[in-house]
Design a protein around this ligand. Structure first.
Ligand code: SAM
Length: 255
């Protein structure tokens, strides 16, 4: 039996709707394939979630650390092509075979330095510049050394663009510290030497703290906190197991 004009009209409408749905599906799929960015990219909410689920949930309590990591646009410190991954619960590559550390490890190490703001802090291993930004946001006077010149340059640019122009950067071997600016209230080493770089302890004030991952190259290391007493002795706390890229330069000859 021939279809009525009303039925034919409904069928054409259905065909148009299916075609439209297919067209939209292709557009969405194309966008997902062409761009690595998730469609719901919202750095502010991702950062808030990172602080909640990766830091507070795991026991980070220092409000200064939490507030700094809530504030700093971590995605500005990773290469642009992976900025949408900046709030993941892991380290990420930043070029030159180096990494920006996992957010939790940044928070843990910074909290372990027991800072109250205003301290003079030396960082060895600038990398992306993110840890230096965290320390600066907490009100510290930051000196950071990176052995790979290309990374110092990128970190310098990111720090300036993110509003942390006051951070002092330098290319060099952090093994020798920053003698002209010593002594420091705190020293944080974000690459792993196989033994404690004792030369740096000389640049620590009495009462100062040094955080350093010590252990084998590309293996599991121990995160140590060395505290210099008022009398100049050093007390060591072994904190947690960690995995860091190796500290290179002079220290390699001191195995
Ligand atoms: N703190 C960094 C951040 O926030 O992105 C992450 C640092 S990355 C895990 C370790 C860095 O230490 C690398 O950039 C590496 O080139 C640097 N490094 C290794 N040995 C060094 C040395 N002797 N002096 C200074 N930097 C060093």
């Amino acid at each position: 039996m021939p279809n009525s004009p009303a039925k034919r009209g409904h069928r054409s409408m259905a065909v148009v709707l299916v075609a439209l749905a297919l067209f939209l599906a292709v557009l969405i799929l194309r966008r997902m394939v062409m761009s690595e960015e998730p469609m719901s990219w919202n750095p502010d909410s991702m950062r808030a979630k990172m602080v909640e689920t990766q830091l507070i949930y795991r026991g980070i309590k220092d409000e200064r650390v939490l507030s700094a990591m809530r504030t700093i646009p971590r995605h500005r410190f990773v290469p642009q092509r992976i900025e949408h991954r900046a709030y993941e619960d892991n380290a990420l590559p930043i070029g030159e075979e180096q990494t920006i550390s996992q957010p939790y490890i940044v928070a843990y190490m910074t909290e372990a330095l027991k800072l109250s703001g205003g301290e003079k802090v030396l960082e060895v291993g600038t990398g992306s510049g993110y840890e230096a930004a965290v320390l600066a946001e907490m009100g510290c006077e930051v000196y950071t050394i990176e052995i790979i010149p290309e990374l110092t340059q990128t970190a310098r640019r990111q720090l300036d663009e993110a509003g942390y122009g006051q951070v002092h950067t330098r290319t060099g071997d952090g093994y020798f510290g920053w003698p002209e600016e010593a002594p420091f209230d705190a020293i944080i080493i974000t690459a792993a030497p196989q033994k404690v770089p004792v030369a740096l302890l000389d640049q620590l004030k009495p009462g100062g703290r040094m955080i350093v991952p010590v252990g084998p190259e590309y293996g599991v290391q121990n995160l140590l906190r060395l505290t210099k007493t008022q009398e100049g002795r050093v007390a060591t706390d072994t904190l947690i197991p960690v995995v860091f890229v190796p500290m290179t330069g002079e220290i390699e000859g001191k195995k």
